[in-house]
Design a protein. Structure first.
Length: 360
């Protein structure tokens, strides 16, 4: 009897000790948050405490908030851009909020500008830029199978010819951007453009690749982007590229002239470049946004929809009312302020990481 009691007490003590260990582990280790794909993972971002307690970071956030002023479009973009994890994919935000994952759904091809189309999925898509001499595809979905079953039929549905895809620009060397490129390269001889750094990255064996990822074909090395300002020209269209590391070593940003109801405007596309875990990547990001300002850019499009607003909803708005105002388009002044907001919020995340918790 005594022995039984002793065991009972010992078990309770052990359980209490285990609980204690659990509690103190929770107190010490910062919460592991889901973050957008970057090898630095959580280390690419400050902790919640650093974000709240760094005076320097808070000053930058206040400056960004002031830049948004009472412009509702900029206020909503500020809310997305100026958080501890920065603009993240909706799927990541749902995961962190403990919500169930939303199933991936296909988005019917939609003409966002006179010469610019989106198609693919709610989570990741591809774009077609039409020119006087064929099509420039930007990104190519996840797989060769999707190139055949989604990209080709989408282009045909919009009255475009898949055989006209002369060039594919791959924003960065992850499968959800280059997966379909080998299909077009082999079938139509399309040229594949990617930064040299990311060609190098994808050609290295990836020890973390599993199952179908490990066996997915790569595009053959083709056009390398090696410098800021390098251009891709097809017919009457010239896209200017910049290298904005952070998400991958050679993630690209591109400036694309498009026509919005006949009016020429410039748009900026970022391919995961909101991730700026170090000074080098932050500086490149700031330069890319400054260049956009000087080119009087009026819209930001991201490789993954939903980072800076309800972009899938905006696309449906364009589809439903093609002659109405385009929700992606800002005034030149609004875009310049938006660029400053993005720069300040990225800088705030970086300086917050230097904040040391007060010891007492
Ligand atoms: Zn990626």
């Amino acid at each position: 009897m005594l022995k039984k009691m002793a065991i009972g007490v010992a078990c309770a003590a052990l359980a209490a000790a285990a609980l204690q260990i659990q509690v103190s582990a929770q107190q010490q280790a910062p919460a592991r948050r889901a973050v957008g794909g970057t090898t630095a993972g959580n280390d690419a971002y400050p902790t919640d405490d650093q974000w709240k307690n760094s005076k320097e970071a808070q000053a930058l956030i206040a400056k960004a908030k002031a830049a948004a002023g009472n412009d509702a479009k900029l206020q909503s973009r500020f809310e997305k851009a100026c958080t501890v994890l920065g603009p993240q994919r909706p799927a990541v935000l749902r995961q962190n909020a403990g919500l169930p994952a939303e199933p991936q759904r296909q988005i019917d091809i939609v003409k966002l500008f006179d010469n610019f189309y989106f198609f693919g999925f709610n989570t990741v898509g591809a774009w077609a830029v039409t020119t006087s001499q064929g099509i420039i595809l930007i990104d190519s979905l996840n797989t060769v199978d999707e190139a055949e079953k989604i990209i080709e039929p989408s282009l045909i549905k919009a009255g475009l010819k898949p055989a006209d895809v002369k060039t594919i620009i791959v924003g960065h060397g992850h499968f959800d951007h280059f997966g379909g490129a080998p299909y077009f390269q082999q079938k139509y001889g399309s040229h594949v453009v990617m930064s040299k750094l990311d060609w190098d990255m994808i050609e290295k064996p990836n020890p973390n690749a599993r199952g179908p990822q490990a066996n997915r074909p790569l595009p053959k090395r083709d056009v390398e982007v090696v410098s800021d300002g390098q251009k891709v020209t097809l017919g009457d269209e010239t896209i200017t590229l910049r290298i904005t590391p952070g998400h991958t070593p050679g993630t690209l940003a591109y400036y694309i002239p498009v026509k919005d109801h006949g009016k020429q405007i410039n748009i900026l596309m970022l391919s995961g470049a909101n991730i700026t875990p170090d000074r080098t990547s932050l500086d490149a990001f700031k330069k890319a946004l400054d260049a956009a300002k000087s080119m009087k850019v009026q819209a930001l499009i991201n490789g993954h929809p939903g980072l800076f607003g309800d972009e899938i909803g905006w696309m449906e708005q364009v589809r439903a009312n093609p002659n109405g105002p385009n929700p992606f388009v800002l005034t030149v002044d609004e875009f310049a302020r938006f660029a400053d907001i993005m720069k300040d919020c990225a800088e705030a995340r970086l300086v917050a990481m230097d904040h040391k918790a007060a010891t007492n």
